[in-house]
Write a protein that binds this ligand. Structure first.
Ligand code: ATP
Length: 356
């Protein structure tokens, strides 16, 4: 049995809108789950149902063998960090961190020890502990919110876009700190984000949502390399995966520009496909190319460049270390073992005969 088991959960709001449909997830102890997806797909609704701030319409939620559907938020032993920090403005930082412990009737000495320990972990100074939240920067406030969560010693830590109010540099730093805290203290975290980079860098398990349903669950590298749908393929990865339209017949992909042998796809029934290939699996070659790309522009990123080109009407991105600045045209070769075909009608990845 998993640590947290979410089975067939639906959320229908009082106005009749179904925000989450048949959500199933098994979370193991010490997992770092990132629920990711576009705005409005139901991420926060799902997190709020886990915390108890939102009721569950259908299904069940089991934490450590106990069904928690009807438990109030304070009886679930779950701590949550919000995007807007949700600190009490009239209280000092010290009291903000200790408040939830006092509410849980812990004695003053225990509260003091836990506040001091948590503030040490998230590097809040003694001087900052005396201030009010308004006298801190955004990054420092988020540290307080994290500290308050750590002081709780909860069974489960929920984080709803906790870094989205911070600037890019601070966000990167805090991301690393959260990962370090998680590694060091063995917590189980469910983290909501709309940012695929956060999901890829932090998660042990990505839950990709779209329109209230789960599109795919898996380790970041698995979802990245084996997307089950076009949505999953295009949501993860920058630049976006290349999608080249064509037909597959008798194990041969073909369009007006090139053909390529893909024997593992010889039994595909619907011939209309999109050939998906990520930019790092397209190489610039001097000869024996699969096709030529007309160069549109080159993004120089220091250690590498992204060449953006056209194959007829289709854009093609190539991740390369070659010097291609003056090129008008590039000869390219695809790493065929990394090709993923998508059925145009169903938008699902097609399983080749030798795929796992
Ligand atoms: P974002 O990334 O923008 O925060 P999200 O993925 O977290 O989005 P939710 O906040 O869970 O999305 O909302 C999911 C859907 O449910 C949205 O279409 C939203 O408008 C709708 N919704 C949220 N709260 C309510 C409510 N109280 N009543 C009706 N509909 C709601």
């Amino acid at each position: 049995m998993s640590y947290l088991s979410i089975k067939h959960v639906d959320k229908v709001y009082p106005n009749g809108f179904c925000a989450v449909k048949d959500f199933n997830l098994e979370v193991d102890q010490h997992d770092f789950v990132v629920i990711v997806g576009p705005s409005g797909c139901g991420k926060s609704t799902m997190l709020r149902m886990i915390s108890g701030l939102e009721s569950i319409t259908e299904g069940e939620m089991i934490l450590e063998d106990k069904k928690i559907n009807q438990f109030s938020p304070k009886d679930r032993d779950i701590a949550m960090v919000f995007q807007n920090y949700a600190l009490y403005p009239h209280m000092s930082v010290y009291d903000n961190i200790g408040f939830s412990l006092l509410v849980r009737k812990k004695n003053r000495r225990t509260v003091h020890e836990k506040v001091m320990n948590a503030s040490k972990i998230v590097e809040i100074s003694d001087d900052q502990l005396k201030r009010k939240p308004t006298q801190l920067s955004g990054g420092q406030r988020q540290r307080v919110a994290l500290g308050r969560t750590i002081a709780r010693d909860a069974k489960l830590f929920l984080m709803d876009e906790p870094l989205s109010n911070l600037d890019a540099k601070l966000r990167g730093d805090m991301r690393v700190e959260i990962i370090e805290l998680w590694r060091k203290y063995n917590q189980t975290i469910i983290y909501v984000s709309h940012d695929q980079v956060e999901a890829m860098t932090m998660a042990t398990k990505i839950v990709l949502m779209n329109n209230g349903v789960i599109e795919q669950v898996g380790a970041p590298n698995h979802v990245y390399n084996h997307p089950e749908t076009l949505f999953a393929a295009t949501f993860l990865g920058t630049p976006q995966i290349n999608l080249i339209p064509g037909k597959i017949e008798n194990g041969c992909f073909e369009n007006e520009f090139f053909s390529i042998s893909l024997p593992e796809y010889k039994n595909v029934t619907n011939p209309n496909v999109l050939l998906g290939i990520r930019s790092e699996n397209v190489s610039i070659v001097k000869e024996k190319e699969d096709f030529k790309v007309e160069v549109d522009y080159v993004e120089y990123l220091g250690a590498k460049s992204i060449v953006h080109g056209m194959l007829g009407e289709t854009t093609v991105a190539i991740n390369t270390k070659e010097d291609v600045f003056d090129s008008k045209e590039c000869k390219v070769k695809l790493n065929t073992s990394k090709i993923i075909l998508f059925d145009v009608e169903t938008s699902k990845a097609i399983r080749g005969d030798s795929n796992e």
